[in-house]
Design a protein around this ligand. Sequence first.
Ligand code: PLP
Length: 258
Amino acid sequence: MTPPLALTVAGSDSGGGAGIQADLKTMLALGVHGMSVVAAVTAQNSLGVQGYWELPPEAVRAQLDSVLSDIGADAVKTGMLASSALVETVAEVLAGVTAPVVVDPVGVSKHGDPLLAPEAVGAVRTALLPVATVATPNLWEVEQLTGVKVVDESGLHEAAEAVLALGPRWALIKGGHLPGAPVDLLSDGTTEYRFAAERHDNRHTHGTGCTLASAIASHLARGEDVVTAVRLAKEYVTGAIAAGFPLGSGIGPVDHGW
Ligand code: PLP
């Protein structure tokens, strides 16, 4: 029998911890057939991103057309899209898709390496977020996209309102970088849900954001509603962080085999 189908449109991580590699591992672990449209290729290891190369927009459009014209998708996730030309191409195609779309508006890696050109922030704001069912910015991305700076948990509400004003149906504001126990806020502008988790004392967290967004897409592909998909995805990523392991001489990845 055909399993649920999830598609990631994102960047490749040669070290296997984040990006498309994390997405496909997450989809496999959650019982979903994973498909991947490569938007950019990074040369990357546990120490950071040494370089990246974008694919031409026509190559990304052709991959999307190949998958969607024949196989289809029950949910889509976007990650690193690198340039405004790629953001606009992907947004244009996804505007015609009925499946839910999870947008992880990737800006920089944990090591501080840029994964989105500064000129592309406007296209994420005006073209990509309006086609999102769920947007999953971290606090740095909230500030880059909306100008709202969150310093403690009380700022999560304002951040969600500012992100929702850009057009996604739901905003999941990831408060994991705030002091204290990590709290994320999910809002559709009417109802707010807070997801608290224990903080794991593990520095091997490479790929956390990609894993969370692709776990949400996987559960949406399985037919869950947004609130349930986020709750189950949070449980998955919390386990993956707890099982993160050392790799190379820097920061290791979250694990999918636990
Ligand atoms: N590389 C790629 C291709 C990514 O898409 C991302 C995040 O979305 C990263 C690296 C950064 O991962 P992290 O910030 O978890 O180290």
